[in-house]
Design a protein around this ligand. Structure first.
Ligand code: CP
Length: 351
């Protein structure tokens, strides 16, 4: 067991803890000034190895609104990462300067790898195509405030469901609330991974128009060009103003942003379009998260230490890049998966 409560994956926490953060976020949205001294004398480090607008700046705003201060980089080329410093050494040093550290990194499993050597709590702000748990907290607060409930919803998730880490985190978490069902809308080559389908009640369809009438919420995403490895770009989905007539009057439209062209600008004026509000709510829920993580109520279990003689075959896994990391896998039912990136071990490796 690690000494700190890290947010690597929302799955590490009971649903009651997630609800506690969301409810605190709702209170902070109404009474922001009440929390203005909570992090006086605390330092937040933001290490962004990948571009970001919302996640980075909303964390920075959150810490400033809690009365704390900031250090960090938003371009690894301006840090000693450019000289070849590994993740362990950067984490070890920066976590000795800060009380809490937020990291975005293009490598899957990197937040967990950082947590192993960190001397403060680590928050995963996106690890490659794997997870983006603080976006999920933002989405949950938006759903709570705009729909009033987190249960019994029909949720359309559209776009790049293969590489879209926001959709993976969101579906994993919303599937824990009762009565939620999903409609996955994507091109076949960008379909939702099996490990998410295994835990959801879902159907898959290819037509966005056909899906719209039954949805309580539509979650649009962009195609992750930076992660797509195919040669021809798959079919694009674009939500147009004309298509809104088919949606329920009280449905909501979310998007983690950035938008490219998957939602027409004309949709922004529709009262069901909540994506800019969603970005704003990200500050409040991240304030709540910082407060709760610093209480250190759930020290995080990081590695099982099992099957350390096996090798993760995911070329995007942090163990491929940071060779000093111990291999570690966990068993869930009949499957064995990497503790860093959650890739399943292949049949040949199963003991
Ligand atoms: N939603 C989100 O993660 O946005 P950024 O990439 O701008 O942080």
């Amino acid at each position: 067991m690690n000494r700190f409560t890290h947010l690597i994956d929302l799955d590490d926490f009971p649903v009651s803890y997630i609800e506690k953060i969301v409810n605190l976020g709702a209170d902070i949205a109404l009474n922001t000034a009440k929390y203005s001294e909570y992090c006086k004398d605390k330092v937040l480090a933001t290490l962004f190895y990948e571009p970001s607008t919302r996640t980075q700046m909303s964390f920075q705003t959150a810490m400033l609104r809690l009365g704390g201060t900031l250090i960090g980089f938003d371009n690894p080329e301006t840090s000693s990462v450019a000289k070849g410093e590994n993740l362990k050494d950067t984490t070890k040093v920066v976590s000795s300067y800060a009380d809490i550290m937020v990291m975005r990194n293009p490598v899957e499993g990197s937040a967990k790898a950082a947590a192993i050597s960190a001397d403060c709590p680590i928050i995963n702000a996106g690890d490659g195509g794997h997870l983006h748990p603080t976006q999920t907290l933002t989405d949950l607060l938006t759903i709570k405030l705009e729909k009033g409930e987190l249960e019994n919803l029909t949720i359309g998730v559209c776009g790049d469901l293969k590489y879209g880490r926001t959709t993976h985190s969101l579906c994993k978490t919303l599937s824990k609330f009762s009565g939620n069902r999903f409609v996955f809308i994507s091109a076949p080559e960008l379909a939702m991974p099996d490990y998410i389908k295994d835990i959801c009640e879902f159907k898959e369809i290819y037509s966005l128009e056909d899906a719209l009438p039954e949805l309580d919420m539509l979650y649009m995403t962009r195609i992750q060009r930076e992660r797509f490895t195919g040669t021809t770009m798959p079919q694009k989905y674009i939500l147009t103003k004309e298509m809104l007539a088919a949606m329920k009057p009280d449905a909501i439209i979310l998007h983690p942003l950035p938008r490219v062209d998957e939602i027409e600008i004309a949709v922004d004026d529709d009262p069901r379009a909540k994506y800019f509000l969603q970005a704003k709510y990200g500050v409040y829920v991240r304030m709540a998260l910082i407060i709760e993580i610093l209480k250190n109520e759930y020290p995080t279990k990081l590695l099982s230490g099992e099957f350390s003689d096996k090798i993760c075959e995911n070329e995007k896994c942090v163990t491929t890049k940071e060779k000093y990391l111990p291999q570690s896998f966990s068993r869930k039912g009949d499957t064995i998966f990497c503790d860093y990136c959650e890739s399943l071990i292949t049949q040949q490796q199963i003991p």
